[in-house]
Design a protein around this ligand. Structure first.
Ligand SMILES: [Mg+2]
Length: 390
């Protein structure tokens, strides 16, 4: 079997505006990768793009990385991963090049699973056929106050979730707040209101776990100031509290606030960068994104490194159905998986691309798709509907 074509498929759909501490999203996007072979089998992946211009990532995949794969055997995944990594080493290693490589890697594993008739999580050595999850939501938005947040979280409880994560840190009036640089500064709240939002969530979740995410908008001093409130409200983890490069700041928080685990970083990439953060005690719970941090090939190594260091892993997942399926397979193959992020914002690219919805038990433990490869059946008419033409 040899690779005959590598295509990128840019998707986009409108959504009601949602804001985290910094950015606002009113348009969801995804970049799918399709790798075709002479055997008729194809693989699908997704490169996560964090709002980057889709034509740029499409160009990287189709014109730069894709040609290196033509006529190669898609079963040699580690070989191909290293080929793409090393031939782009001077300007790559991170950013959109590694995102493109991640999407390609996912497609290669999908292909391999289809070729040998196994779901990917079994190819990797399954731990379980189910993955615990938490509801990821609690964003800021137009007309959304504490009462609306409460309603949203009650909805997650009714759906079966016991654990949830909310956004905090959208505070324009805080000294040094990076929100002042963002295009949309609406729906900002005070630090006191953020505490009320956390109290509301704590009450609704009862004994369930509450996680909070500042999307890197604080500095270490703000994190330490909030410390007593986070402890009082039994926050299970503090996600990306400060800019990712401030390793000393993360160390300081970890040392002075040992009761609150630090989680991250969806924005980090590559095994070595995660290993540095773990070794420096800057990170307690690892949250790589499979479409960004290096695909199955790199992320399972990140998981194993974390396991050796006694760290738990909770995959970030904020993409399309392809991204969520890939995350489920990877999560179900790692013994230190704690929970997976289950995004609950309305997102047609997650709920409308497959012929069957993802299935979960009454507590929202997701079942891993059992068909070959990623195990999902894509609706190509829907994919065409969301495809944007450059
Ligand atoms: Mg996050």
């Amino acid at each position: 079997m040899i690779i005959t074509a590598v295509r990128a498929i840019p998707l986009r759909c409108a959504c009601s505006p949602i804001s985290d501490a910094l950015s606002t999203c009113s348009m969801r996007q995804a970049l799918l990768v399709k790798i075709e072979t002479n055997s008729g089998i194809y693989g699908i992946g997704e490169a996560f793009t964090y709002g980057a211009p889709l034509p740029v990532v499409q160009y990287i995949i189709e014109k730069q990385l894709g040609p290196m794969l033509l006529n190669e055997n898609p079963e040699n995944i580690e070989q191909l991963w290293n080929t793409l990594y090393w031939r782009t080493i001077a300007h790559g290693r991170r950013g959109l090049i590694l995102a493109g490589l991640s999407g390609i890697d996912i497609a290669l594993w999908d292909l391999l699973g289809k070729a040998v008739h196994l779901p990917i999580y079994k190819l990797l050595g399954a731990v379980s056929n189910q993955v615990p999850s938490y509801a990821s939501g609690g964003f800021y938005g137009p007309g959304k106050g504490t009462a609306e947040l409460a309603l949203e979280l009650e909805g997650y409880r009714k759906k079966g979730y016991r654990n949830a994560k909310i956004k905090i840190g959208r505070n324009l009036d805080r000294t040094g707040s990076p929100l002042r640089y963002m295009a949309n500064q609406e729906w900002s709240v005070t630090a006191e209101e953020d505490i009320i939002r956390m109290e509301t969530a704590r009450e609704i979740l009862e004994n369930g776990r509450l996680m909070v995410d500042t999307n890197a908008s604080w500095d270490s001093y703000t994190a330490l100031e909030f410390g007593p409130e986070l402890i009082r409200l039994k926050v299970s983890w503090l996600e990306e509290p400060i800019p990712f490069e401030d390793l000393e700041g993360l160390q300081r928080i970890s040392k002075e606030l040992p009761q609150i685990p630090i989680a991250g970083c969806e924005t980090q990439q590559g095994l070595k960068n995660f290993e540095t953060m773990v070794r420096m005690d800057a990170l307690d719970i690892l949250q790589p994104d499979i479409g960004w941090a290096g695909g199955f090939t790199e992320c399972r190594k990140i998981g194993a490194m974390g396991e050796a260091a006694g760290r738990r892993i909770s995959l970030h997942s904020f993409g399309s159905a392809v991204h969520f399926a890939a995350s489920l397979h990877l999560a179900a193959s790692m013994p230190n998986t704690e929970m997976i992020e289950s995004e609950e914002n309305p997102n047609s690219l997650k709920t409308d691309l497959t012929t069957k919805p993802f299935e979960a038990d009454q507590y929202m433990n997701f079942y891993v798709p059992q068909e070959d490869g990623l195990g999902i059946d894509l609706d190509w008419t829907k994919i065409e509907k969301y495809t944007i033409l450059n």
